[in-house]
Design a binder for this molecule. Structure first.
Ligand SMILES: Cc1ncc(COP(=O)(O)O)c(C=O)c1O
Length: 389
């Protein structure tokens, strides 16, 4: 059987491989602390689980390809109430996670040979998805002074006649860093001048700290109403395995995305959609906001701990639940560091190789989506590990 070049070339997502090794160790009885996967430890809110339990007697057929109308309306309301943007619910396309939204959006925006610009470091699956539709992704190395984010000057100097669009995430994975409103505005203005598109991954938007720079807990839609937005129930709503997310797109993309969704997936999971309607009640939103505050406390605990250990975090996160630390001072490269820390200290971390070449050898991502007790214990173990080097 001939395996496609695409399948042969797709890079593995190392975080999943680390997760497998961590599970093997745990199966052998080791007490492994998993700080490798980007998955909130809280899970779905109780009201959402309760709504799922109620579904057993209902017909669970296909929904429309763009999702249930009440859910599309609830997402539009959420953006109005939380982010001050008016969106017609018809512009909301419910998808199978942000991943499904990225697939549909890039299927609609990219032709073979088109160039797409992204920051390095970046969330790796976005690169794979764009390339699956024939895009040539150019990863633009960024530095801590840019908070590892693209800026208008870098995009301007990198724009070629093949460039069609720019993808950003704010807050970003693996760094948790935000783009300020001003930076997003400059970038959007430049892309508009070039008749390109801006795709903004807002999956961590509602996990942005209140004091992030430049009032950045604001949707890009406040700045650029034509931006293509992807978002998800996975992170703020704690529903990773439910596979539910959404895209918000300009009116001319609605019909193409619906058509692509009909063909590619028929519709997102009806179970997840019906239960997700419970996400937007005031008590559930209050619970989720309290969880964000807990992430903030964990962030401080981890940053103070790493500082004590002498491991630099060049850019403190503004949100999400990641710190991207520079382990080059340990004398180990990031892969060696992660392998040894897992084997010797039973702490699972993700090496920078997942996130792009510029920080592959030097940086490691720690996901603080674990209890403060576990994080403190992980820091104690790291301390002992470093002491033994
Ligand atoms: C920046 C970013 N975008 C998209 C995704 C995919 O999320 P989903 O579970 O909604 O498909 C992730 C998952 O970690 C992510 O970090």
């Amino acid at each position: 059987m001939q395996i496609s070049r695409r399948a042969q070339q797709a890079a593995p997502f190392h975080v999943m491989e680390v997760a497998e090794r961590a599970s093997e160790l745990a199966a052998q009885g080791a007490d492994v602390i998993c700080l490798n996967v980007g998955e909130p430890d809280f899970g779905a809110a109780p009201a959402v689980l309760g709504a799922l339990a109620q579904l057993k007697d209902q017909s669970l057929g296909y929904t429309g390809a763009a999702g249930l109308p009440p859910l599309r309306a609830a997402i539009a309301d959420f953006y109005r109430a939380r982010h001050g943007v008016e969106i017609d619910p018809s512009r909301v396309i419910v998808t199978s996670g942000a991943t499904g939204a990225l697939l549909l959006a890039l299927a609609a925006l990219v032709d073979p040979g088109d160039e797409v610009l992204m920051a390095d470091p970046t969330y790796p699956c976005n690169v794979q998805i764009a390339e699956a539709f024939g895009a040539r992704v150019r990863l633009l190395p960024t530095v801590p002074a840019q908070r590892y984010q693209l800026d208008a000057a870098l995009v301007e100097s990198s724009w070629s006649e093949r460039t069609r669009g720019v993808m950003v995430a704010s807050p970003a994975n693996p760094t948790g860093s935000c783009m300020s409103t001003a930076e997003l505005g400059q970038l959007s203005g430049l892309i508009r001048e070039r008749s390109g598109w801006l795709l903004c991954d807002e999956i961590y938007l509602d996990l942005t700290d209140g004091d992030a720079p430049g009032g950045s807990r604001r949707s890009v839609l406040n700045i650029d109403p034509d931006a293509v937005v992807v978002n998800s129930f996975s992170k703020f709503f704690g529903m990773t395995g439910w596979r539910l997310g959404w895209a918000i797109v300009p009116p001319e993309l609605v019909e193409p995305l619906e058509r692509l969704s009909q063909n590619y997936v028929i519709c997102p999971s009806v179970l997840a959609q019906r239960a997700a309607l419970e996400c937007f009640t005031p008590p559930t939103l209050a619970l989720l906001d309290a969880r964000r505050a807990e992430f903030r406390a964990r962030r401080d605990l981890v940053l103070e701990g790493l500082d004590r250990l002498g491991i630099p975090v060049p850019v403190a996160p503004d949100g999400a639940f990641y710190v991207y630390m520079d382990v080059s001072g340990t004398g180990l490269d990031s892969a060696q560091f992660c392998t040894r820390v897992l084997r010797e200290a039973h702490v699972a971390l993700t090496p920078g190789v997942d996130f792009g070449p510029s920080t592959a050898a030097t940086h490691v991502r720690l996901s603080y989506s674990a209890s403060r007790e576990k994080l403190s214990e992980a820091l104690r173990r790291l301390d002992a590990f470093l002491g033994g080097l």
